[in-house]
Design a protein around this ligand. Structure first.
Ligand code: IPE
Ligand code: IPE
Ligand code: MG
Length: 238
């Protein structure tokens, strides 16, 4: 692939990049391997992509790892995914911390096996003060749920006649310190949002790539950033 890294404008790096890591199952199928092997190889890609993101100065990287709709998959696959996630955090927690990465969790803890939840919580606590880059893991995440939960919390405390504003709504989302998404990347050649980051995607640039997630490399991220830098963001203005 062309060397896109050297062509990037360091003054125009998106602050928040969000990735829908899709295509693990199809990657496995192509190789006549079980779907879980695709997920395992997909998990192995995450570290290099996070390193590449930190290297070019991305401040926030959100990664879609499990959607609230993914419960509709066969029980064995779901169970395998939780085991894999648990293993991922167990084996990476030290390195993540040493690299100065802060980890956030966006999603619903309820439903996630308690051993998986425990290691996620441990990672959150251990990396809370790091600031090289923020990795926001979207796990058991649903964009509609995120907005609804915020609205419902607000409704309970609402004063008579008070109305929600955009600013207030943004502060009610999970991890309100996360800014709007500047660039959303989806792999695997599917052209949809699949309930990801609905509120924060409002003015994101969308890049869809025809690569299955386990084949995704730093060079693909640079390519997406290169495309992003060619876009003209108008935000409704001229
Ligand atoms: C993405 O890969 C990972 C998760 C949704 C957990 P998929 O499992 O969706 O892979 P495909 O889309 O079936 O190829
Ligand atoms: C979206 O991928 C969720 C994750 C990547 C974790 P899916 O594979 O679940 O989305 P659909 O079903 O193709 O829309
Ligand atoms: Mg998929």
């Amino acid at each position: 692939m062309k060397d896109y890294l050297s062509q990037l404008d360091p003054g125009n790096i998106p602050a928040h990049v969000a990735i829908i890591m899709d295509g693990n199952g199809r990657w496995a199928k192509k190789k006549s391997l079980p779907r879980l092997e695709g997920h395992r190889r997909g998990a192995e890609v995450v570290e290099a992509v996070a390193d590449a993101a930190a290297r070019v100065g991305i401040r926030y990287l959100s990664l879609f790892a499990f959607s609230t709709e993914n419960w509709n998959r066969p029980r064995e696959e779901v169970r395998g995914l939780w085991e894999l996630l648990e293993l991922f955090f167990q084996s990476h927690i030290r390195k993540i911390d040493e690299k100065g990465v802060r980890v956030l969790f966006s999603g619903v803890f309820k439903g996630i096996p308690s051993s998986t939840r425990k290691v996620i919580e441990e990672t959150l606590g251990r990396t809370a003060k790091n600031n090289r880059i923020t990795l926001n893991f979207c796990v058991n995440y649903g964009g509609r749920q995120e907005v609804l939960e915020g609205v419902n919390i607000w409704l309970k405390k609402r004063k008579e006649g008070e109305l929600l504003t955009e600013k207030k709504m943004a502060s009610l989302l999970w991890n309100p310190s996360l800014p709007d998404v500047d660039l959303m990347i989806r792999t695997s050649g599917e052209y949809r949002i699949s309930n990801f980051m609905l509120w924060r995607l409002a003015y994101a640039e969308l890049v869809f790539m025809n690569v299955l997630w386990p084949d995704f490399r730093a060079s693909h991220l640079y390519r997406a950033l290169y495309d992003y830098q060619k876009r003209e963001r108008r935000f409704g203005g001229l």
